[in-house]
Design a protein around this ligand. Sequence first.
Ligand code: IMP
Ligand code: MG
Length: 191
Amino acid sequence: MNVDLRPTDPDSLISDVLVPADRLVARVAELGAELSRDYAGTDLLLVGVLKGAVFFMADLVRQMTVSCEIDFMAVSSYGNSTDSSGVVRILKDLDASIEGRNVLIVEDIVDSGLTLSYLMRNLEARGPASLEVCALLTKPARRVADISCRYVGFEIPNRFAIGYGLDFGERYRSLPYVAALDESKLPAELD
Ligand code: IMP
Ligand code: MG
């Protein structure tokens, strides 16, 4: 289960493992059970934020015992490769209306919280019956926006995380665990 791909990483950018595969599996099962209790008997729509949340969401829905629909949004936040700016553009919107529905945003990671803060305001304006967030990871040290994230998988330290959906330059999403990126091997950042 803990396939370690570090030895096969050509650039050796995979640093220490932050959340091993077995802990991901166990925590996703717990979150699935919690959501199944909280949303029992309701009409639930999970909104995954592309692309990072895809792996987490696919595993999460299979741990849920309530029926739910899924939809996806794609957003891009203007900023450099590792910092978001809070200015968000919708690249792909939801397929259907969420008015009167119980909506759960599924995110890979809440960093500054700026992307999520924008998304929540945008979706709230569409009149859902309820709107909550389930994020796999959170980096509390980096929080700028004041947002409430009801369901969280893991708090991680202030490192750039890759794997289990999270990318660096579109790479590393398929790692079965969450690791830290070895930023010491990157050229100095141009801000
Ligand atoms: P925020 O707006 O700063 O909260 O960041 C939002 C998005 O930036 C997340 O949904 C991720 O797609 C991406 N992001 C933030 N931190 C990381 C990280 O450590 N690894 C990979 N992607 C990240
Ligand atoms: Mg994301």
